[in-house]
Design a protein around this ligand. Structure first.
Ligand SMILES: Cc1cc2nc3c(=O)[nH]c(=O)nc-3n(C[C@H](O)[C@H](O)[C@H](O)COP(=O)(O)OP(=O)(O)OC[C@H]3O[C@@H](n4cnc5c(N)ncnc54)[C@H](O)[C@@H]3O)c2cc1C
Length: 244
């Protein structure tokens, strides 16, 4: 099971899988304020935009602060702030295929997405970016002001959103390519929220790879993590599974 997030498609392509996929490279950055929330609060998700909506939440590494974001800025790399991964991005994204160019044009010419990316470019401008960004945070805490926000330096990362170049569609969330005894997991946001479910689906698939020699006790996993196993015959549906 290849769980290297942005690099999973790179490895898949190296082994001849997932040729129909490309990646739109979105860097996500954050702001910090003093603690204003006790838990994670999202603004409303726009269904046209496969990027998690701006939210405020605590950061496990920084106590007594609220983290706001992410912003979304195009950056052609596989790892944030690591420009040596640019070449690998070009390889993973198959940017020089006609189908990829057409898909990018279709996706980015959508007005809602274009305006979203344009606005987000403003959020990342040093010093003044927070004055544009604060409007998003005010949807959650109306009294928050730009002066309350500080750029979260060194935080954030890349969200490599998959593009299906056959349908020219941008795909939300995590997905997988299932090959011959191999699984490649691509895990942009909200990959963290679905990680246990993803692990469960992979365990079932691996049992298939072994041809029934081993058994996966799904109920035991649900007992341990999911608050109990209610239906012993339940089948897991792999909505996001792509067989290449
Ligand atoms: C800005 C931002 C906001 C996000 N917000 C949310 C959110 O609100 N909710 C949510 O659920 N998810 C969110 N996510 C997504 C979440 O962070 C990912 O889904 C999650 O981290 C994926 O976990 P992973 O283990 O699959 O991949 P990663 O955590 O990326 O781990 C992959 C690992 O593979 C390693 N690796 C890569 N190549 C190689 C190699 N060749 N050899 C060895 N190791 C290698 C990397 O170094 C890395 O450690 C967000 C992501 C970003 C960037």
């Amino acid at each position: 099971v290849v769980n290297t997030d942005a690099y999973s498609l790179y490895f898949a392509k190296s082994l001849g899988y997932g040729k129909e996929f490309s990646l739109i490279p979105i860097a996500g950055n954050f702001y910090f304020s003093k603690q204003m929330l006790n838990g994670k609060v999202y603004t409303m998700q726009d269904k046209k935009l496969p990027f998690a909506a701006v939210h405020g939440d605590p950061d496990i590494h920084v106590s007594n602060k609220t983290r706001w974001g992410p912003t979304a800025k195009m950056s052609p790399v596989l790892e944030s702030r690591n420009f040596s991964t640019t070449f690998d991005y070009f390889k993973s994204a198959s940017l020089f295929r006609l189908a990829t160019v057409k898909s990018f044009l279709v996706i980015l010419s959508d007005m809602a997405r274009f305006v979203f990316l344009l606005k987000n470019t403003l959020y990342d401008i040093p010093i003044v970016g927070k004055y544009f960004f604060v409007k998003n945070a005010q949807k959650i805490v109306p009294t928050i002001q730009a002066r309350d926000l500080k750029k979260a330096k060194g935080f954030g990362g890349m969200r490599l959103q998959r593009v299906d170049t056959k349908t020219h569609e941008l795909q939300l969330g995590e997905g997988k390519i299932i090959g011959d005894n191999i699984i490649f997991n691509m895990t942009p946001s909200p990959g963290a929220s679905v990680c246990l479910f993803n692990g469960m689906r992979d365990a079932e698939k691996i049992m298939e790879f072994f041809g029934g020699v081993y058994q996966f006790d799904k109920c035991k996993m649900e007992d341990d993590f999911g608050g109990g196993c209610f239906d012993h015959d339940k089948k897991v549906i792999s909505e996001n599974a792509y067989v290449s």
